[in-house]
Design a protein around this ligand. Structure first.
Ligand code: ACM
Length: 665
């Protein structure tokens, strides 16, 4: 018995790693590799820089930085991690093989991105802190792995709020951790232009600063605080290089012809200056604003100049021109636009949008780049080679793929991570700073998304380049809030972007996610909750009843379900003798302490119970008061034999009632 137990322990120490995204193939075998201070990293010539990054990451768990020894040096090392590229391995682009045996770790990439992806898998296998022994045991296994999609994207809006360079780098680190290879950087907005353009200095001198922002909790108000910031070209170069070293491509977005108020505030002559009220200030409220670029030769020269500088900074094959939410009201009033319409045979505002997009495509094409835009670039007819990012559901993506255009799925139905990840009321009960734009997008819904719409044939489906999560920043005052919304939903995105459909398994994902969350926590990532649908049941079969109505899905059972984060919420004012009663599954065998807490921190003056009593009963007809509520709380001893516990209102109040987990212990 003893021998068997010890043997099992040895195996269990090196457990199956909690990898997200789940690899295509993973086969474990007997034995393990011991990673320790003597382990060296052996990269081939092409992987030296990546090996340096890996060495830095290993330092955290080994306590010292491992040595890097070129793979070409044919020296025998008893403990090594090889990181090499071999284009002849049987894998598609970005694929890799990773083998762990008692002799070491061997990562072979189809290409450099593949070998890098293999190092990300290794990093996820590491413990989050230095083990006491100084050694890490990694179970012997073989992984063969490659992505389902080539575009595995995360978007971040830095227009509504600005995040410093160090935060952007942190964001990129975590993209790489999840094998997300595309960072869609939304760099211009009505509320702020965020990138230095040398030929147009006022874009940042004027356009990067606004006079006020809406405070949390009141989106139709103004805090009156000047706000802004921008990235210099030197900083952008640094970030682009940082991303490149981690095999993350940055796709820059300059949003046009709409979402341009900040730029037009800086250079009013690029607006529709032949109509009244054409010149805005940098916007201080969220939402869609009427200011759009004029479709003139002067403006197309400006666009060309801006993209000349953008293309010099960003090596990305794709450049994003936005194209979303461009109101046509200004164009419809402008006599100059009317002349253009007559000259070019354009019937309406959508045709002008199409004309604008086609001009931008020519500009980008001349620079050797491909145009990508939000699905509104379809308005009035899509330019011939454009790639579409489908955000207003899937319709624009489906239509574009059927017409033979490439598509990235970014649907607001499943991929807008600025939406609430738990019911809005539950998030807001934590405090006003938890306000989000709207919506409800739990992680389960992200995970359930298949980027290939069912409406597409196999041939059409080939146009789906991949999938992307969006982080619009109206309600992200700082980077901590970005993290709260991005994680852990980014992990679900990673898996739908990488793992074959037939390998997806939500329960398995949740189990592996626990390991990933440890990495977040060790690194101080301010991740959000893993929202789990509450079940309408008590923790032990006790039954609850109440005279009060139920607000939304804040069921009475949630006040006795064993979870601190869930609660009951009544849906009306309280009257004398309103009650909330628990009938216990079995009477108390011993005296027990009952504690009750009411009221949420931020909502409606707390929704506390101001005047009430805590009562107990052995039979449900005779009740004994054991405590009065004070400050929204009550605590008392319930004697052995108690079969029911009741909260009873003793004076009417206009506030509703939030009832947190009731403890009887
Ligand atoms: C968007 O959400 N306006 C692309």
């Amino acid at each position: 018995m003893m021998g068997l137990a010890l043997g099992m322990m040895a195996v269990c120490r090196a457990e199956t790693p909690p990898l997200v995204p789940l690899p295509v193939e993973l086969n474990e075998s007997e034995g393990a590799f011991e990673l320790g201070p003597e382990t060296v990293i052996r990269p081939d010539r092409t992987m030296r820089a990546e090996a340096e990054i890996l060495a830095g990451e290993l330092t955290r768990v080994l306590g010292a930085k491992p040595k890097i020894v070129p793979a070409e040096l044919r020296i025998l090392h008893p403990s090594q991690i090889e990181v090499i590229v071999n284009p002849d391995i049987d894998q598609p682009a970005e694929g890799y093989a990773l083998r762990i045996s008692p002799k070491g770790v061997r990562i072979v990439g189809k290409d450099a991105a593949g070998a890098w992806n293999g190092t990300r898998t290794l990093v996820q296998m590491l413990p989050v802190e230095k083990p006491e022994s100084g050694k890490v045991e990694l179970r012997s296994l073989e992984i063969l792995d490659h992505p389902r999609f080539g575009w595995r994207g995360m978007h971040l809006d830095v227009g509504r709020h600005f995040f410093p360079v160090e935060d952007i780098k942190k964001f990129i680190d975590w993209l790489a951790f999840h094998k997300i290879n595309t960072f869609h950087w939304h760099l211009s907005e009505d509320q702020g232009w965020r990138i230095e353009i040398k030929k147009y200095p006022k874009l940042t001198e004027v356009g990067a600063w606004r006079d006020s922002s809406p405070p949390y909790g009141n989106r139709n108000s103004d805090d009156g605080v000047r706000y802004g910031g921008f990235y210099t070209q030197e900083q952008v170069k640094d970030i682009v290089a940082y991303a490149k070293a981690r095999h993350v491509t940055i796709v820059p977005e300059i949003d046009m012809p709409g979402h341009m108020a900040a730029a037009i505030a800086a250079y009013p002559e690029f607006g529709n200056d032949d109509i009244p009220g054409y010149a805005p200030k940098v916007e201080t409220r969220w939402g869609v604003h009427p200011y759009v670029l004029a479709p003139t030769e002067t403006v197309f020269q400006f666009v060309d100049d801006v993209f000349t500088e953008i293309c010099a900074l960003f090596p990305s094959e794709y450049i994003h021109m936005g194209g979303d939410e461009a109101p046509k009201v200004q164009w419809e009033k402008s006599s100059r636009v009317k002349e253009l319409m007559k000259r070019e045979g354009l019937k309406n505002g959508h045709d002008v949008q199409s004309y604008f997009v086609k001009r931008v495509e020519k500009i980008l094409e001349a620079k050797g780049r491909k145009l990508i835009g939000w699905d509104e670039i379809r308005e009035g007819g899509l330019s011939p080679k454009a790639t579409v990012m489908s955000w207003r559901g899937e319709a624009g993506g489906i239509a574009s793929a059927k017409e033979g255009h490439d598509v990235v799925m970014a649907s607001n139905s499943h991929l807008y991570f600025d939406y609430y990840q738990e019911p809005a009321a539950q998030a807001l009960a934590k405090g006003v700073e938890y306000e989000a734009i709207a919506g409800f997008l739990p992680i389960s819904k992200v995970y359930g998304y298949d980027p290939v719409p069912a409406a597409l044939s196999e041939t059409e489906a080939k146009h789906i380049l991949g999938v992307q999560g969006q982080l619009w920043a109206e309600y992200f005052k700082d980077y901590k809030k970005v993290e709260y919304h991005a994680f852990p939903r980014m992990a679900a995105l990673a898996e739908i972007a990488w793992t074959p459909l037939e390998r997806k398994d939500y329960q398995g994902f949740l189990a592996r996610l626990e390991g990933v969350m440890k990495h977040y926590e060790a690194a101080g990532v301010n991740h959000g909750p893993v929202y789990r649908e509450p079940k309408r049941e008590t923790k032990d079969g006790s039954t609850v009843s109440t005279s009060l109505g139920i607000y939304q899905q804040f069921w009475p059972e949630l006040a006795y379900d064993g979870r601190d984060e869930t609660f009951f919420w009544a849906d009306r004012e309280l009257k004398t003798d309103d009650h909330f009663t628990i009938r216990l599954a079995k009477p108390l065998e011993n005296d027990a302490t009952v504690t009750v807490q009411t009221g949420g921190p931020a909502s409606r003056n707390g929704d506390r119970l101001e005047n009430g009593v805590l009562e107990v009963s052995t039979d449900g007809s005779e009740w004994t008061k054991v405590a009065d509520f004070s400050g929204g709380k009550a605590a008392a001893t319930a004697p052995a034999g108690t079969s029911q516990v009741r909260i009873r209102v003793t004076k009417p109040q206009t506030n509703w009632l939030i009832l947190h987990e009731i403890r009887i212990e």
